[in-house]
Design a protein around this ligand. Sequence first.
Ligand code: ADP
Ligand code: MG
Length: 277
Amino acid sequence: MHLIETRDLCYVYPGKVTALDRINFIAPRKARIAVIGSNGAGKSTLFKHFNGIFRPTSGTILIRGEPITKANSREIRKFLGLVFQNPDDQIFSPTVEQDIAFGPTNLGLDEETIRHRVHEALSVVGIEHLAQRVPHHLSGGEKKRVAIAGVIAMEPEVLILDEPTTGLDPKGVADLNSFINSLSAKYGMTVVFSTHDVAMVPEVADYIYVMDKGRVVACGTADEIFVQPEMLRSVRLDVPVLPRLLRALRDKGVDVSMAYTYADAEAALLRAFGKRS
Ligand SMILES: Nc1ncnc2c1ncn2[C@@H]1O[C@H](COP(=O)(O)OP(=O)(O)O)[C@@H](O)[C@H]1O
Ligand SMILES: [Mg+2]
């Protein structure tokens, strides 16, 4: 049984805009899944089906093998935390601390547990220093972290992040990458995220869905997806710089193996130059 599964999921917005066209998507336990696609591909619309905000126009969505109903929707929102693309859709309390406490308070947890969870969440996303600030006055990247902390504090088993790197500075993106990897490695959390920034994808994804115009046009691992430059260009995406560079070197006769992450690319280049890593 998969944590999330969609079967021929279609969604049509009022006004007959087809945003999702027969999406078959699977999130197995403990996976890190990237959904990549340019603006308007349908990523946010798909994610809003995962916790029942949207209902399919046709097709099926199953969470832990079951359809979303009125009876289980509360349970599903506890199990599956969705961080919206725009943090302003998610943040509304007078202080950061209160905002992060909102979800755990709604779960009916006792005060001590709430305090503990808020503290943990602030620390996991590295914003302890913002605890007493007014969320409204924070920068885009800071708000993004607050929104993520608010969902983390609910301790979901599945974390869904819609364009988490938007508004983050380079250090913020690097932190986010290690944060996603540690959630998966340390806590066995399943993470699904969307982006059009392909550079981060090999570092944080076991499996990739490529979306365009409401369809899944390809899916596979980094070494299956990032060897298809024409396909990626046709959907206004690109191959990340490291595999692109290694491919170019190989095409010019350099005996270097392909690699997708920074660590693997460094090791491959050191080997090619006869150095030990
Ligand atoms: N509220 C809406 N009403 C009508 N069409 C919408 C609405 N929201 C999104 N769309 C359309 O649905 C498609 C998918 O949008 P979206 O899921 O936001 O894509 P992405 O998140 O990949 O950028 C786009 O064509 C977009 O214009
Ligand atoms: Mg979106």
